[in-house]
Design a protein around this ligand. Structure first.
Ligand code: SF4
Length: 350
């Protein structure tokens, strides 16, 4: 087994959370953000897992709310000279790699991701060097340095299709960093995959026993699961997919009740897509009753209205994403391969 960092709840109390704001303060910051976005020729690019009020503001100001693939595409195509990325650091880095001429700001650069942190460049490079006959496919949730070492970058929305394609080319694969998604993709495609053993601290916590009990309480509910969840949870799903695919499934499935196993931030867009349906959070390690057990990413939660204002007003080392040019050029190659593949796939599926 390769090396990876395992996380536990002890880190969470040390993550700074945005201040709790009253109604007037929220309005004040919302108006300020709108002004700053205009003044700075900036647009908001927000992930589905951020707070609903951030998602609403991104929509209201002409920005986007999306998964990491669509965030990358949107930032790439939008004419604004500054991108305000509300999400976690690798999303800001991806935006910068694709748009070197744009200023990329984030509410905080301390918003990390356990998959990214659990796949350090040095160890990962050794892992790849030890297996030189394999094509290296890394998930978008990785640092620029890890992307630079990869042949392909991929997001969960096209992971099965890409690995299926590489398998049809008889390529053996290194998959990193998420072990659950890697196992899921292996099961779907039968590809020869050597998996890095990282995990998402949010999806890793969904529990099968508690989920089955919930299914007992709501036998008419469909279960929607993100493939970063453990295989035993995936086995209970009616639909498995990326955030965008789960939102589409919520809309198209006939069920009026949906149990959703991914970060609860997704409920904002999911409820918009199917306003009449009842959404339930799939159970996590809730019986332990620690903050670890809530289905919300502690790093995504670091994005707040106040920190967005700080990002837009201050910029600088605490908020601006910078990627060394040499590294950027290397990381751009597998990222562009992913975007071209996704475009081709979209075109074929029309
Ligand atoms: S939800 Fe999981 S995969 Fe997404 S940013 Fe948080 S730790 Fe990373």
């Amino acid at each position: 087994m390769n090396q990876y960092i395992d996380f536990n709840s002890t880190i969470y109390p040390f993550l700074s959370k945005p201040a709790l704001l009253g109604k007037d303060e929220k309005n004040h910051y919302r108006e300020k953000i709108k002004r700053l976005l205009k003044q700075q020729d900036a647009v908001m690019v927000a992930h589905y897992y951020t707070d609903p009020e951030i998602q609403a503001l991104a929509e209201e100001t002409g920005g986007c709310v999306a998964d990491s693939l669509e965030m990358a595409r949107f930032g790439n195509n939008h004419p604004a000279s500054t991108l305000l990325v509300a999400g976690v650091r690798f999303m800001g880095e991806t935006a910068k790699i694709l748009n070197p001429e744009k200023r990329v700001l984030m509410p905080t650069l301390e918003a990390e991701c356990s998959l990214d942190l659990g796949c350090p460049e040095k160890e990962f490079t050794k892992f790849c060097d030890d297996n030189p006959d394999r094509t290296v496919v890394v998930y978008a949730n990785t640092s620029a340095a890890v992307k630079a070492r990869a042949d392909w970058v991929v997001t969960s929305s096209i992971a099965v299709e890409l690995i299926d394609y590489l398998d049809s080319q008889r390529q053996k694969i290194i998959w990193a960093p998420d072990r659950h998604l890697g196992n899921y993709v292996r099961k779907q495609t039968g590809a020869d995959i050597l998996c890095w053993q990282g995990a998402c601290i949010v999806h890793d916590e969904f529990k099968t026993q508690a989920l089955m009990r919930m299914q007992g309480l709501h036998p008419d509910a469909a279960v929607l699961v993100h493939p970063e969840s453990p295989q035993a949870v995936i086995d209970l799903a009616d639909t498995v997919g990326s955030t965008s695919q789960l939102i589409k499934a919520a809309q198209s499935l006939p069920h009026q009740k949906l149990i959703v196993a991914t970060d609860k931030g997704i409920f904002y867009k999911m409820q918009q897509a199917c306003p009449g349906k009842q959404l339930f959070e799939a159970p996590t390690a809730g019986e332990g009753a620690s903050c670890r057990s809530c289905a919300h990413c502690p790093w995504m939660a670091m994005n707040g209205l106040q920190t967005i204002v700080h990002g837009l007003e201050r910029g600088g080392v605490q908020h601006e994403i910078l990627v060394k040019e040499e590294l950027r050029e290397k990381a751009l190659i597998p990222l562009n391969r992913m975007l071209d593949f996704a475009t081709q796939l979209k075109w074929e599926n029309k």
